[in-house]
Design a protein around this ligand. Structure first.
Ligand code: ADP
Ligand code: MG
Length: 259
């Protein structure tokens, strides 16, 4: 079930280094939000605070709040493992488990969560997840073959199937197409359009066409210089960000005049 994300006054640190400063924004359910901005401005760092992956790094921490349908992810007693089940993540490089079959890859998250599942339920979940990732027809006759034997674009859709198999509310994607060819990229973009009916989706992308094709809203992050914190500069409807931004830096970035 798709959920609302509300971030208030979030500061994100690596040790004493303030990497992202004072971000507040609300992301609506059943929408796609793109994070754009130059390298090093903290897009990935901020994204990882939305499912508590940030704090996996020693010394890394946050100040502020992230609420998912009102519940603070950083509240006392909240289990980060449960948070990561609720908020799934897809990475830049497709990362199927190389020794596992296609089917085992889809079920990997479910098994990690210690859910025992009957063979028929498992088969049904594999089919549903792979259909949901627009991959079923391509792999249904080789479910027991290694996931690493698929093309890059297929592997990324397999990773999306793995992420959705645990029924998350939110899907975070960090440059999910940057390692893919243009055809596979379009397949993922079509898939994102379908997935937004069921999930809240946040995608980091360096591809401006992609941001304008897939997202409803866009957040532009920027950095004043090396060692300075990244900041959220402007957040609005994607069409507004690309045609009538209010901040000059946004206009410079989206029109390719940056730097
Ligand atoms: N594991 C880490 N430890 C320390 N600093 C990091 C780590 N990961 C990223 N950073 C720093 O945080 C800042 C933001 O990085 P990042 O979130 O990767 O930016 P983006 O995704 O926008 O390119 C950069 O200054 C980067 O060097
Ligand atoms: Mg990044």
């Amino acid at each position: 079930m798709s959920k609302r994300i509300e971030v208030s006054d979030l500061n994100v640190y690596y040790g004493s280094f303030l990497a992202v400063e004072d971000v507040s924004l609300t992301i609506e359910p059943r929408s796609v939000t793109a994070f754009i901005g130059p390298s090093g401005c903290g897009k990935s760092t901020f994204l990882r605070t939305l499912n508590r992956m940030h704090e996996v790094i020693p010394g890394a921490r946050v100040e502020g709040e992230v609420r998912i349908d009102g519940d603070n992810l950083y509240g006392p007693g909240v289990d980060p493992v449960l948070v990561r089940r609720q908020v799934g993540m897809v990475f830049q490089r497709p990362n199927p488990f190389p020794t596992m079959s296609i089917k085992e890859n889809v079920l990997a998250g479910v098994k990690l969560n210690n859910r025992s599942i009957s063979k028929s339920d498992a088969d049904a979940l594999v089919e549903k997840s792979l259909r949901g990732a627009n991959l079923w027809n391509e792999v249904k006759d080789r479910l027991d073959k290694p996931g690493s034997g698929l093309s890059g674009g297929q592997q990324q859709r397999l990773c999306i199937a793995r992420a959705t198999a645990v029924s998350p509310d939110i899907l975070l994607m960090d440059e999910p197409c940057s390692a893919l060819d243009p055809i596979s990229t379009l397949a993922i973009e079509d898939l994102i359009e379908d997935l937004k009916k069921e999930y809240t989706i946040v995608i980091v992308t360096h591809n401006m066409q992609q941001a304008s094709r897939v997202s409803d809203k866009t957040a532009f992050f920027n950095i004043a210089g090396t060692g300075k914190p990244g900041k959220l500069i402007e957040y609005d409807q994607t069409a507004t960000i690309f045609t009538q931004p209010s901040v000059q830096a946004t206009e410079d970035y989206v029109s390719g005049r940056f730097g």
